[in-house]
Design a protein around this ligand. Structure first.
Ligand code: DAH
Length: 346
């Protein structure tokens, strides 16, 4: 068969093939058979050199026109099947089905506890303040009566940013910042925020949260500290908790006092009802909850306060309170951001 006749037969052949096609993939097969790299048209073109030279340009032109025509036919049939499948898709869509409701977020347990603590102190007239997490040696140590080479600096595994600049190891620098800023007592503040230590194991994370408290005025005594912290801890853990004050040591307080509450799991008994040892307080009946004390005169001196004024300060770890309040026994849960865990604290 001559190649010209072959070219002329392509269109009717494709047409009948398309009429019989019953799916998109059959149309695609026809495309390959006619216009593909080894398809019918390409094969005819392979015979071009057999034509006398003067006929070749006319044949080339005709072949191009046929190619365009075939492509049009194929595309038209494609569109037909495409719209068919879209219709089928639409038929499967049920507009009466209920929509997907958006997932509602919730506050992180650490945030919840922090908010609650701030609320208690706000109701007592304390202001909430915040400050930088990158601190200078002066605010984090020096002004808090922790001079260089003071052995108590070892208590805090400091992360250094550069010489004289640290990630704050506690929220206590906010005591210094507030007193320097406000020039004169009276003042009562709490400072919630992140703190950092070079520490990472089952019960320590390199970042955690603390809340610092400071009250300064004339004539403040230990009884103010006791009264305020007892009221606060009963607000937080329930009216029935007992509060115990123990002597301790912090460089920025004198005297320094550690505060315990009666164990919230065993009620201070040390043992559960069936006689099994309490795993939360390890049978002691008490839980360490915060550090506190009367502001050391050296701190007042560092900020230029009259050494005749008096005040108390305290600091507590938020994750620890959240673990006790919600009965969470693995610190890492707070930082894994597992939505199944976080969603429980709404
Ligand atoms: N800054 C101390 C710490 O991180 C906690 C602390 C203890 C804060 C006693 C105070 C305080 O304000 O009076 O371990």
């Amino acid at each position: 068969m001559g190649i010209i006749a072959g070219l002329e037969r392509l269109e009717p052949e494709l047409q009948s093939g398309l009429e019989q096609a019953s799916s998109l993939s059959q149309v695609d097969d026809l495309y390959t058979a006619f216009l593909g790299r080894k398809g019918a048209l390409a094969q005819l073109m392979g015979h071009l050199p057999e034509l006398p030279a003067e006929e070749r340009p006319a044949f080339g032109k005709a072949a191009n026109a046929v190619k365009e025509r075939l492509a049009e036919l194929l595309e038209a049939r494609r569109q037909f099947f495409l719209s068919e499948s879209e219709l089928a898709e639409f038929a499967r869509f049920d507009p009466t089905l209920p929509g997907r409701s958006p997932r509602q977020g919730s506050l992180h347990p650490v945030t919840l506890v922090m908010d609650e603590i701030c609320r208690v102190f706000t109701s007592l007239g304390f202001d909430t303040v915040s400050g930088p997490e990158v601190e200078t040696d002066f605010y984090n140590f020096e002004a808090l009566n922790l001079p260089k080479d003071h052995p108590a600096r070892d208590m805090q595994d400091t992360l250094y940013v550069s010489d004289g600049v640290v990630m704050r190891t506690h929220t206590s620098p906010m005591q210094v910042r507030t007193m320097l800023e406000r020039k004169k007592p009276p003042l009562a503040i709490i400072a919630p925020g992140k703190v950092y230590r070079r520490d990472s194991d089952l019960t320590h994370t390199p970042m955690f949260h603390q809340i610092e408290g400071l009250l300064v005025d004339q004539g403040i005594s230990l009884s103010h500290l006791r009264g305020t912290l007892t009221m606060f801890l009963r607000e937080l853990f329930g009216k029935s908790v007992n509060v115990r004050f123990r002597p301790s040591f912090f460089p920025f307080t004198e005297p320094s006092i550690e505060v315990d509450i009666s164990c919230i799991l065993c009620g201070g008994e040390g043992y559960r009802s069936k006689g099994e040892p309490c795993r939360v307080c390890k049978t002691t009946g008490w839980l360490e909850i915060l550090g506190s004390g009367m502001v050391d005169p050296a701190v007042f001196k560092a900020v230029g306060y009259d050494e005749a004024c008096a005040g108390f300060a305290f600091g507590l770890g938020v994750e620890r309170v959240a673990m006790l309040k919600y009965g969470i026994d693995d610190l890492r849960m707070f930082f894994e951001n597992d939505l199944r865990f976080l969603g429980q604290f709404t």
